[in-house]
Design a protein around this ligand. Structure first.
Ligand SMILES: NC(=O)c1ccc[n+]([C@@H]2O[C@H](COP(=O)([O-])OP(=O)(O)OC[C@H]3O[C@@H](n4cnc5c(N)ncnc54)[C@H](OP(=O)(O)O)[C@@H]3O)[C@@H](O)[C@H]2O)c1
Length: 245
């Protein structure tokens, strides 16, 4: 039993990994900074007494992804769980004026995830088992003026995952789309968010673990975001376009 975490530096990634470690899984922490994943691997192996190691991956360095996946699989041939956490919120206003920022938002949240996910999906499909979870966002359910660059990348990601799930279901491979609302992490630090709606990374990590273990397809976390997004997506466009969101 093992878990590969892509985007190890995220608090949500660590919170989810802690449940897998408690259940005795080997944890492979992968991230773009060499020292951080290594720090978590050492910490988890002491705390949970499970095998852990660190790997290096940059979501935007697509040509390296094949070798990354081959290396991981050669060291852990029985890899059975993958959690992809990469993400970049960026700045909407900057992205409107500077395509480099828009490009980075789209590529980190969508293209980079698709690049590495396809390689892992092909492996799990050929083995006819495995569990792939990817963090999208409620922001992908409807475009808003305040973050439509990020939201559209996550929306594209959710549609990609829906198609991948459709493809892999006959092979017994589960694909979970995680849609968190507001989470208290460095990504949202300093934002004026409505406190009752902000979840802890621990709460989200627990929801992801449970959803992966039960073979769920889509998980809104916390659960009440399902209701919030039902309402938001049902507002007619002629009203929605006049709202300041
Ligand atoms: N926080 C929220 O309210 C919220 C809500 C909905 C969805 N999400 C999603 O949840 C996921 C985790 O976010 P978070 O809140 O934990 O924020 P975070 O702390 O900013 O985590 C983002 C993670 O993505 C990694 N990353 C960014 N660009 C990368 C690249 N080019 N290559 C490799 N790794 C890269 C970061 O690594 P470094 O630390 O090395 O930069 C970090 O580990 C993201 O997909 C985010 O979009 C968050």
């Amino acid at each position: 039993m093992s878990l590969l975490v892509l985007g190890a530096n995220s608090l949500i990634a660590q919170a989810t990994a802690s449940h897998f470690a408690e259940a005795g899984h080997e944890i492979i922490f992968a991230g773009r900074k060499q020292d951080e994943p290594e720090k978590y691997a050492n910490d988890f192996s002491i705390r949970y007494k499970v095998n852990c190691r660190a790997e290096y991956i940059d979501a935007l360095d697509y040509p390296t992804h094949r070798k990354f996946v081959e290396d991981v699989l050669s060291k852990t041939p029985q890899l059975d769980n993958v959690l992809i956490v990469f993400g970049y919120l960026g700045t909407q206003e900057k992205a409107q004026a500077d395509f480099d920022e828009a490009h980075r938002i789209i590529d980190t949240n969508f293209t980079g995830v698709v690049s590495v996910c396809e390689l892992l999906a092909a492996e799990f499909e050929s083995r006819k088992k495995g569990n792939i979870a990817v963090i999208s966002s409620v922001a992908g359910d409807r475009g808003r003026q305040s973050n439509y660059m990020y939201g559209s990348a996550k929306g594209g990601l959710s549609v990609y995952l829906s198609g991948l799930r459709n493809r892999l279901s006959k092979s017994g491979v589960n694909v979970l789309t995680v849609k968190p609302g507001f989470v208290n992490t460095p990504m949202t630090y300093g934002m004026p968010l409505p406190k009752p709606l902000v979840a802890s990374p621990e709460k989200v990590g627990k929801d992801i673990f449970k959803a992966m273990k039960s073979g769920k397809s889509v998980k809104y976390t916390p659960f009440f975001w399902w209701w919030i997004m039902k309402i938001i997506t049902s507002i007619p466009e002629f009203i929605f376009k006049k709202m300041k969101l």
